[in-house]
Design a protein around this ligand. Structure first.
Ligand SMILES: Cc1ncc(COP(=O)(O)O)c(C=O)c1O
Length: 307
C-alpha cells in the first residue's frame, strides 16, 4: 500500500508521556493515580479563571494581530524587564504563540535548513527530537551527568562545529529538574559566540526554582562588557558593571588570576574618587589568534557573587 505520511515523520511514535496517560486511564479508570503526564490535578487559580470568564463576557474573541495582541505583548515586555532586566520592544521583539510547543517548532522551522546541526541536551523534553527532525536538522545530543545533571564542558564544546546553527536549552529542565548555572550558561554563550550560532531557550518553568537561581541566557547572550568603540589608536575601554564587581581592580585580578588574560583597571587612567572603577582597558594590537584565545576565555568570567 502507498505510504502517504511524509518520510520525515516515519520514525515518529505516539508521545510516550501521553501513551502512559492513556494506559493509566485504560487500566485504572478515571480515578487513576497518574504521575506520568505533567499536568496538575488541582484546579487553576480563581483569578485566572475569572479573567478568562471576564474576557469572554467582554467579547474579547476576535482575531488578534498575528504576532499577538498588543496589550499582551506590552505586558510580557514589562514582565521580562521586571523579572530579568531584559529590555524587549513589544512591537518587534515579542511574539505570542499558542504555548511553548508552537513557539519551539516555529522558531526551529524558521531558523534551520536541512543539514544544519542543533545541540540538544539529554535527557530531553520529548518534543525537541521531532522538532529538529521536522526542521530537517541533525540533533547533536550532549548528556547531562547524574547526580547533579552537570554539563561536561569538553563534551559540550565537542558538539559544536561549523554546521552548528543552534542549541536548545530548557532551564529549569524537564525531566531532570536541573537549573542551569550561570557558569554553564556563560560557557554556552561563549560557544554560541565562537561558532556564531543561536541559543533557543525554553524557560516555561522559570518560576519553579527550589535551589539556585533561574538565569535567562538572554541576560548573558553578550560577554557582559559594554564597549565604547574606538575611533583611533588600538585600545577599547569597556564597562564591566554587568559583572557586579565592587571595583575594576578586583575584576582585573579575577581575569588575570582565574580566567587567563590581562587587562588594565580603568581607575588607573583617572584621578578622582570612583572614576573608572567600572571600566577596564583592552589593547587589541594582537595577533588574531591571540584575540580568538581571549574570546574563548570570556565564558569563564564569573560574576562577583560567584566568588
Ligand atoms: C519543557 C517543556 N516545554 C514545553 C512544554 C509544553 O508547553 P505548552 O503546553 O505551552 O505547549 C512542556 C510541557 O510539559 C515542557 O515540559
Amino acid at each position: 500500500m502507498r505510504e502517504f505520511a511524509a518520510r520525515r515523520t516515519l520514525g515518529f511514535t505516539e508521545s510516550v508521556i501521553r501513551e502512559m496517560t492513556r494506559l493509566c486511564m485504560l487500566y485504572q479508570g478515571s480515578e487513576a493515580l497518574n504521575l506520568a503526564q505533567g499536568f496538575p490535578d488541582f484546579p487553576a487559580p480563581e483569578p485566572v479563571k475569572e479573567a478568562a470568564c471576564q474576557a469572554i463576557r467582554e467579547e474579547v474573541n476576535q482575531y488578534s494581530i498575528t504576532w499577538g495582541a498588543r496589550d499582551l505583548r506590552e505586558a510580557i515586555a514589562v514582565k521580562v524587564a521586571r523579572w530579568r532586566g531584559i529590555q524587549a520592544d513589544p512591537e518587534t521583539m515579542v511574539t505570542v504563540t499558542c504555548g511553548a510547543t508552537e513557539a519551539m517548532i516555529a522558531t526551529l522551522l524558521a531558523l534551520l535548513d536541512p543539514g544544519d546541526e542543533v545541540v540538544v541536551f539529554q535527557p530531553f523534553y520529548e518534543n525537541y527530537g521531532p522538532d529538529t527532525i521536522l526542521s530537517g536538522a541533525v540533533p547533536r545530543f550532549v548528556t547531562l551527568h547524574e547526580p547533579d545533571w552537570h554539563v561536561d564542558p569538553d563534551e559540550l564544546a565537542a558538539a559544536f562545529g561549523p554546521r552548528t546553527k543552534a542549541i536548545v536549552i530548557n532551564t529549569p529542565n524537564n525531566p531532570t529538574g536541573k537549573v542551569f548555572t550561570r557558569q554553564e550558561l556563560r560557557l554556552i554563550a561563549g560557544l554560541c559566540q565562537r561558532w556564531d550560532c543561536l541559543a533557543v531557550t525554553d524557560e516555561i518553568y522559570e518560576h519553579l526554582v527550589y535551589n539556585g537561581e533561574h538565569v535567562s541566557l538572554a541576560t548573558l547572550t553578550q560577554a557582559g562588557f559594554r564597549c565604547f568603540a574606538p575611533d583611533g589608536a588600538y585600545y577599547v575601554m569597556a564597562d564591566i558593571s554587568a559583572f557586579g564587581y565592587p571595583n575594576d581592580l578586583e575584576f582585573a585580578h579575577h581575569l588575570v588570576r582565574d580566567v587567563g588574560f590581562a587587562v588594565v583597571p580603568g581607575s588607573s587612567f583617572y584621578r578622582g574618587e570612583g572614576l573608572g572603577s567600572q571600566r577596564v582597558r583592552f589593547c587589541f594590537a594582537k595577533k588574531m589568534e591571540t584575540l580568538q584565545k581571549v574570546e574563548q576565555l570570556l565564558s569563564k568570567i564569573e560574576p562577583y557573587e560567584g566568588h
